[in-house]
Design a protein around this ligand. Structure first.
Ligand code: NIG
Ligand code: FE
Length: 414
């Protein structure tokens, strides 16, 4: 048994009430100006003002004491939406977008997601592993200690399973907790371009059961969008996933308002992501069903689109989470500090609202809140030390990472 004490920290953390925080409570955090965290075997045993933590009996039996020098301590970031398992970057496509070619137009011409599908199908498991691990370790240096990664660049059973095995292996061979999501419904593969409904059938009859049988994904996601999957197709796919025991997620109303947010509410999925174009009625329905909105401001930034209406969502009581979307097309970043800055400065979330969104609510959006997402007794000692007085530094010190130390299960990992 190893007990460690981290003292002399300015701690800011949400405290987990047992459900996501939303509306007026979205920014509810505790601040301990002279704080300490006590952990035993990697799990939090005490948290609060230093004097109180030190007065507990357990504090007498500490093997290691770390002085945090008054730095700001927050929970490790949870990044609940990434596509960082890919084989090749798409820089030439970025240049095309800068010259004015539309993102969905590139996909329609067989580029975009489909070009990543070609390179992932061609690449060996080892190559794919090395790129994905490097992305995950880069995310870790920016303070992400728990990470969701989607498949979706295979679009055939074997290639999707290859991606999911790689994602699983990254979880085993890095300090991060990794949550795998099956996104076989990311695009219609070229060989099914003329018969898209046959691909939906394949997903439902073959791919989803195969993935579920291997127990290799926790969630199933669908890209519900023009040139991808309609609301009707998405409904069928998600219902099949539910029958096969997978949790549900949906890329909803990212570019066009197809009604994906309404489907999210109807199926009471765990989270609906993007929502740049979602309408108010469907957002209300999401709030009513307690569906989390996972916001990806890096994507609006990179596609030069208007941001998701985060203030409106908070007003409607939709719980908000933040994620990078890290992918080779619509937003290439592993940096949660960058996303944090965009959320505060361009979506008008308060610093504390963004903090809850990037930690506790993000953990709820991938059903990981039992162990991570806040500095509460019993949870994993996953935390960051920031070079600043408060988490505001994440938005204030723009374009750099104020994350100076990263701890996972009480161990320094970056
Ligand atoms: O979330 N929207 C669909 N999927 C990703 C982009 C994937 C890609 O362009 O490779 C997204 O934006
Ligand atoms: Fe995405």
């Amino acid at each position: 048994m190893i007990r460690k004490l981290f003292r002399n920290a300015r701690i800011t953390t949400p405290s987990d009430p047992g459900s996501p925080l939303s509306g007026k409570r979205q920014g509810e955090v505790h601040v301990f100006e002279n704080g300490a965290l006590l952990c035993k075997d990697g799990f939090i045993e005490g948290i609060g003002n230093e004097r109180e933590v030190l007065s507990s009996r357990a504090a007498d039996d500490v093997a290691l004491e770390v002085d945090c020098h008054g730095l700001c301590m927050i929970p490790g970031f949870v990044d609940p939406h990434t596509h960082m398992c890919f084989a090749k970057r798409r820089e030439e496509e970025f240049s095309l977008r800068l010259q004015g070619t539309d993102y969905l137009e590139i996909l329609r011409r067989g580029g975009g997601i489909l070009s990543s599908v070609r390179s992932v199908r061609r690449s060996s498991e080892e190559e794919l592993f090395s790129v994905t691990r490097d992305h995950a370790l880069s995310a870790l240096r920016f303070g992400t200690t728990t990470l969701e990664i989607k498949s979706g660049y295979g679009l055939e059973t074997e290639a999707e399973l290859k991606m999911l095995r790689v994602i699983d292996r990254v979880g085993g061979e890095t300090p991060l907790d990794i949550v795998p999501t099956f996104l076989g419904a990311h695009a219609v593969p070229e060989e099914y371009a003329a018969i898209p409904d046959d691909y939906v059938e394949l997903l439902i009859r073959k791919m989803i059961p195969a993935i579920s049988e291997q127990g290799i994904a926790r969630f199933c996601d669908v890209f519900c969008e023009r040139n991808a999957f309609s609301v009707q197709q998405s409904r069928r796919i998600l219902m099949a996933a539910r029958e096969n025991g997978l949790g549900l997620k949906i890329h909803a109303d990212e570019i066009y308002d197809l009604g994906g947010a309404g489907l999210a509410a109807e199926l009471q999925v765990v989270s609906a992501e993007h929502l740049l174009a979602a309408n108010e009625q469907n957002l209300r329905a999401m709030a009513k069903q307690g569906v989390m909105a996972v916001l990806l401001p890096g994507t609006a930034y990179s596609l030069r689109k208007p941001y998701a209406p985060a203030r409106k969502m908070a007003e409607l009581n939709v719980p908000l989470a933040l994620a990078t979307d890290c992918n080779p097309g619509s937003c290439y970043t592993e940096s949660m500090p960058f996303i944090f800055g965009l959320a505060v400065l361009n979506m008008n979330l308060s610093v504390n609202e963004a903090l809850v969104a990037a930690t506790l609510n993000a953990a709820y959006s991938i059903q990981m809140a039992k162990t991570v997402g806040s500095l509460d007794v019993g949870k994993s000692a996953d935390f960051l030390l920031l070079d600043g007085e408060s988490p505001a530094v994440l938005a204030y010190h723009a374009g750099v990472s104020p994350v100076v130390e990263v701890y996972k299960r009480g161990e320094r990992v970056a």
